[in-house]
Design a protein around this ligand. Structure first.
Ligand code: DX5
Ligand code: ZN
Length: 221
């Protein structure tokens, strides 16, 4: 299994967005994680179509768009047209998960489902075979720089078992508080894709930090 590092642009310096994107690209980032928040699903507001379009012009890396919004389907068309590579919606905001996943795929994006720390994995079990990506939140979404919730490691292990049981090849992503201290635990539990905001952009050398994080996984096979 290979390690995918997805720095979260939420922690970038927006006055130097082009430089920060170039920096993580040069550091070997696999994906760029884009946190869309609507001030309703989570108590914070971030960005939308224009920033996705801008990022699309700045990099050829896949744009991993995490929709922390209510009624996510309202944004699918615009975000796909803006250049999103994957659209991940929260099961807590998706009463018709199968229909929403199908629509995301129709638009040519990878379809992801995210679960908050307090949400049972049972919410995705029936759809597991249809998912391209399962995102297990390792903090309560809304802000960068929060502390990793240790009990989510066991949840990642159960998520891996759930995907395997469904014979799903979906990406298993973790998001929140991923840094040098936490990444190896999540990797050993079965995650393959690691969002890191503060862990990368808060490091002395963000470019170097991507390799450090990747190496910490590879050392723990
Ligand atoms: C949390 C967001 C995360 C956030 C991660 O609500 O979904 O993607 O940017 O930031 P860190 O890695 O700093 O916890
Ligand atoms: Zn995120």
């Amino acid at each position: 299994m290979s390690v995918r590092i997805a720095p979260s642009i939420l922690s970038a310096d927006f006055a130097r967005l082009a430089d920060d994107v170039a920096c993580i690209e040069a550091g070997g980032a696999d994906w760029v994680h884009v946190d869309v928040m609507d001030g309703r699903f989570v108590p914070n507001l971030t960005f939308g179509t224009k920033v996705i379009e801008t990022l699309r012009r700045l990099t050829a890396l896949p744009l991993d768009v995490h929709l922390m919004v209510v009624e996510p389907e309202r944004y699918f068309d615009d975000f796909a047209a803006a250049g999103a590579s994957s659209l991940t919606i929260h099961v807590e905001a998706a009463p018709h998960l199968n229909r929403q996943i199908a629509r995301i795929r129709e638009l040519g994006c990878l379809a992801g489902a995210a679960v908050n720390p307090a949400t049972s994995l049972e919410a995705v079990r029936e759809s597991a075979a249809d998912l391209d990506l399962l995102l297990v939140m390792t903090v309560n979404p809304g802000f960068g720089g929060q502390e990793f919730i240790p009990s989510t490691v066991d949840k990642v292990r159960r998520a891996r078992a759930l995907l395997d049981a469904a014979r799903s090849s979906a990406v298993l992503e973790v998001d929140g508080g991923i840094n040098r201290d936490t990444i190896a635990d999540a990797w050993r539990a079965g995650a393959d894709t690691f969002v890191a905001g503060h862990g990368v952009f808060g490091a002395g050398d963000p470019r170097q930090e991507i390799s450090v994080l990747r190496r910490l996984c590879m050392e723990h096979v």
